[in-house]
Design a protein. Structure first.
Length: 162
């Protein structure tokens, strides 16, 4: 497996349970207990490097600015806030109608921009219509690549065709 960063593994007898990683320049420094196996090391390194990669990519995209532009372009409600989150494993995005906050999974950072835009339009439409009614889909389908993006997300396994 080719990793995008150089990795430095630091094993410590003082560290008992936890594994952590930090980006130092262009090196991911992974700190782990000395007793862990080589297989544990490989698993943790792959997971932590992927997480750091996502953090780096999401810093390059201002989802709030993008959402504001899409809201204006497609005449959708304006959110109070839009931010990347790393804890959405079964959703691409979510919103709270009450607070008008939109959260977007950072797993989207590796997807094409038109897919991210679709997820943002989908969540913006939920600020107007809380369910997946015909009225909701009329709003979402204002986005010209909506059908194509839904197909992309279906292929990724977390979007249904409803």
């Amino acid at each position: 497996m080719a990793l995008p960063f150089r990795v430095e593994v630091v094993r410590s007898t003082r560290r008992k349970k936890t594994v952590s990683a930090s980006l130092v320049g262009d090196v991911v420094r992974v700190q782990m207990p000395a007793w862990m196996s080589k297989a544990d090391e490989e698993r943790y390194v792959a997971h932590l490097v992927e997480r750091i990669e996502r953090q780096q990519r999401r810093g390059r995209v201002d989802v709030m600015a993008r959402a504001l532009k899409l809201a204006q372009q497609f005449d959708l409600p304006v959110p109070a806030s839009v931010r990347w989150v790393g804890n959405q494993d079964s959703l691409w995005g979510s919103c709270s109608m009450h607070s008008r906050d939109i959260r977007v999974s950072d797993r989207l950072t590796s997807f094409p921009s038109w897919v991210v835009d679709y997820v943002l339009v989908h969540e913006l439409a939920h600020l107007a219509v809380p369910n997946h009614s015909a009225r909701f889909w009329t709003l979402v389908n204002r986005y010209p690549k909506a059908e194509r993006a839904r197909g992309f997300l279906i292929a990724k396994g977390l979007e249904t065709d409803t």
